[in-house]
Design a protein around this ligand. Structure first.
Ligand code: NDP
Ligand code: 8X3
Length: 251
């Protein structure tokens, strides 16, 4: 029987790569995000052969919209085998004492509260069925703060704790919980962080070969494909010349 993966933030970067990887691996995929055009284009791209794709446009910060989207899933889409909580962002790199209130709210509402909303909406049926897998996209930024990372790092530290908490809470079931913690991945992440300053965004990846969304999708897929008794609890994935969240060797 075919399995279904729901991926938040599938319109770009790591989420888009996860949608491709899981579709190629034989999953039907529910792709979500705010950008309707990107969702429609990805649906057309992935809907080949047997693969079925459902595109749901909503903002994970909008709890009512997320609830409506999940509660009104057509019966054939209601069984979600893998939830990839990927939607997220960093905004700004200012010292904490100069940070922007609105940027802080957006990061906290998306990276923490959005992830929690999706988890609360989807995991109860996994527990009821005694099967399922939640893959949260955390970050090396959650392991230790770096200069200017303050609130973003805190959201990813929260993802680690929330993921660990869920793993404990479902330990009596066959549901598995994974935290994938990437380092530098070249996506739209830095363009978003620097509010569209593409020159500054590109400089983040200068002199180092960064990871790609596909590298992270491969890890998520590996975790989902492990034998049922194997729970990949946490994976830290760095570019080869990245020593830690703040140590990057550049040519
Ligand atoms: P991208 O900016 O390329 O993609 C981010 C995705 O998140 C988009 O699909 C976007 O979709 C979605 N998203 C953002 N806000 C919302 C929202 N409010 N509601 C719904 N969807 C939203 O960045 P990445 O692929 O790099 O980021 C994906 C995840 O990986 C994030 O959680 C990020 O923190 C994490 N990460 C990234 C790293 C990196 O170096 N790139 C390293 C470590 C972790 P849309 O705009 O359509 O809503
Ligand atoms: C994204 C990686 O190092 O830019 O979480 O924070 S980093």
């Amino acid at each position: 029987m075919r399995k279904t993966a729901l991926i938040t933030g599938a319109t770009s970067g790591i989420g888009e790569a996860c949608a491709r990887k899981f579709a190629q691996g034989g999953y039907d995929v529910i792709i979500t995000g705010r950008n309707k055009q990107r969702l429609a284009a990805l649906k057309i791209e992935l809907e080949t052969g047997e693969t079925k794709v459902l595109a749901l446009a909503f903002d994970v910060r909008n709890r009512a919209a997320a609830t409506k989207a999940i509660k009104s899933l057509p019966a054939e889409w209601a069984k979600i085998d893998v939830l990839i909580n990927n939607a997220g962002l960093a905004l700004g790199l200012e010292p904490e004492y100069e940070g922007d209130f609105e940027d802080w709210d957006t990061m906290i509402d998306t990276n923490i509260k959005g992830l929690l909303t999706m988890t609360r909406l989807i995991v109860p049926k996994m527990v009821e069925r005694n099967s399922g897998h939640i893959i949260n996209i955390g970050s090396v930024a959650g392991d230790a703060a770096y200069a200017g990372g303050n609130v973003y790092c805190a959201t990813k530290a929260a993802v680690k704790t929330i993921t660990d908490g869920l793993r404990i809470d479902v330990a009596h079931t066959a549901v598995r919980v994974t935290n994938v913690k990437p380092g530098l991945v070249e996506t739209h992440f830095s363009n978003v962080r620097f509010h569209g300053d593409d020159k500054r965004a590109n400089s983040v990846y200068h002199g180092i070969k960064p990871l790609t969304g596909t590298d992270i999708a491969d890890v998520a897929y590996y975790a989902a494909s492990a034998p049922a008794h194997v729970q990949i609890a946490e994976v830290l994935v760095l570019a080869t010349h990245q020593g830690s969240g703040s140590v990057i060797h550049r040519d």
